[in-house]
Design a protein around this ligand. Sequence first.
Ligand code: DC
Length: 294
Amino acid sequence: MIINNLKLEGKSSKDIANLIYEELKNIDTTKNDVLITIPEMYQEVSNYLDKYDFEGFVKTSTLEDEDNNDISIDIVEKENFVVAIDGPSASGKSTVAKEISKILGINYLDTGAMYRAFTYYLLKENISLTEEEIKKVIGNINIDFEKDSVILNGEDISKEIRGDEVTKNVSRVSAVPIVREVLVDLQRNISKGKSIVLDGRDIGTVVFPDAKYKFFITATAEERAMRRYKDEKSSLDKSYEEILEDLKARDIIDSNRKISPLKQAEDAHFIDSTEMTLKEVVEKIINIIRGIDV
Ligand code: DC
């Protein structure tokens, strides 16, 4: 679709942005990706467009072509894509991943919550954390997500999986091969036929090595422990030093286990968030996905 230059003459950037917005209203952005190409002389229009709350994926790019002063709106049937966000504990990746899924209007899967849900089940049923014992019960679990809740065998366990006992044991459980096999299968099944953001440790390396967008978010252990300390000050009876020790211990297990250790995929964008706010991290990722800052 072309908005002809003649239609644009004499209009302010704001009016042009409104004109584009009116056109966009007729496009189902849940089923289509939209690419708006704006000639350089109307560059300011993109700033106005950024202010609109578009649903779905709309990408704006500026064209340097003196002979062409039309604005074009290209509609491409949506192709499902995966955004893989990996990183160590408390790097802020879940908060970032959730926000990204909201902005892009796509699904979100917290894979850490799945390992936590399974760990919760084992602890609750008093099952010893050996591969042999785990194999006997792994068929008994059914993990579902409903909005922001994690459901295990019909029970909402969203709060319980964040408890101290689960946090202490989850790295051990997630190092057991059969657990990874079953949960990775489940993650792939849940993601089938969807555009989705997943966060975890092995998404870009193992679960979706062909993901279209991959990010590895980290921060120093001290900064991550401080963020967790601030987050949980009211609910956890733990000092900053204890949280730091726990985090370091989990980092060691997660990074050194035999299968699918925490590792940056070679083609992942590396983001050190130590000196960044989570909002800045989100903006950086969105810009990369929109092709603005690759
Ligand atoms: O992201 P989190 O802290 O909720 O993850 C909990 C644990 O689950 C973490 O110690 C490592 C494990 N995990 C994993 O092994 N693979 C994933 N894809 C996600 C989490």
